[in-house]
Unconditional design. Structure first.
Length: 281
């Protein structure tokens, strides 16, 4: 088995290779004069694992070329962060189902696909090969435990993320709840935990993905006003678009941690052990 990767997933791929005890293959990249990408994967033989997050369109093109370069190999594709997964339904006529289009393209030449905390696991049906979604919620919980935080209250930003939050909290038997939004009037909205009060608690808001951070920033300010001692945030996929990271810091969130599915300065949670375990299965 050999592990190779696209350019923006080099660190995670090297960690996966280390966990598997497998060599990390070399991929040569260059550009033609018109900007077109050139790819060459060296010394391919037998089983190949491609590790590639898809944070942008360029990464998708690079991955498609890399899959084609692996023709003749037994290819397992690991997609730690699956871009273009938000448009999973057609809401208006003339819209594409973006995840379906990308999934069909990526399935050609691949035998198996593994995703990590994809936002809607139901979209795996669009892949034309055997596929599996894994969760690194336990790794998020392990990181928080090692950080030394005392008896935190784990909060999901909504009931849709509650299952993920329970996965974070379960290993350490921490309290877990989700935020509930109640409209008081046409202009006033109250956001508070559904069941457990935050007064005197260290609160950690957890989610699979943080994009702009707007909802979390609003929630953090309200939780502090409700008596929370501290508010921090942890997620799998740290997108932080539109100044999302600074927005959270400005809202008084004391610490922000993400995993290395998208490689950021705050990527302190490691997905490689869970990915390697899934590959061994």
């Amino acid at each position: 088995m050999k592990v190779i990767c696209t350019e923006k997933t080099q660190i995670l791929a090297s960690r996966v290779a280390e966990k598997l005890g497998a060599p990390l293959g070399e991929v040569k990249r260059s550009r033609f004069p018109d900007g077109e990408l050139y790819i060459r994967a060296l010394d391919l033989d037998g089983e190949t694992v491609i590790v590639s997050s898809l944070p942008d369109a360029d990464s998708i093109v690079e991955l498609l070329l890399l899959i084609d370069a692996c023709e003749g190999s037994d290819v397992t594709l690991v997609i730690p962060y699956m871009g273009y997964a938000r448009q999973d339904k057609r809401f208006n006529s003339g819209e594409p189902i973006s995840i379906r289009a990308i999934a069909k393209a990526l399935s050609t030449g691949v035998n198996r696909i593994i995703t990590v905390n994809i936002h809607e696991p139901e979209v795996l049906k669009y892949f034309g090969v055997r596929s599996e979604n894994i969760s690194i919620a336990p790794a998020v919980g392990e990181y928080l435990a090692d950080s030394g935080i005392q008896n935190p209250l784990i909060l999901a930003p909504d009931d849709g993320a509650w299952i993920f939050a329970k996965g974070v909290a379960s290993a350490n038997s921490w309290d877990c709840d989700h935020l509930d939004k109640t409209r008081i009037s046409g202009e006033e909205v109250r956001i508070e935990p559904k069941h457990i009060g935050v007064e005197g608690r260290n609160v950690v808001i957890v989610d699979d993905i943080i994009s702009t951070g707007g909802t979390l920033a609003t929630a953090a300010m309200l939780l502090r006003s409700q008596g929370a001692v501290s508010v921090s945030a942890a997620c799998v996929h740290g997108v932080f678009s539109g100044g999302g990271y600074t927005r959270l810091i400005s809202a008084g969130i004391s610490d922000i941690s993400s995993s290395d599915t998208i490689e950021r300065g705050c990527s302190r949670i490691f997905a490689a052990p869970s990915i390697a375990e899934a590959l061994r299965r």
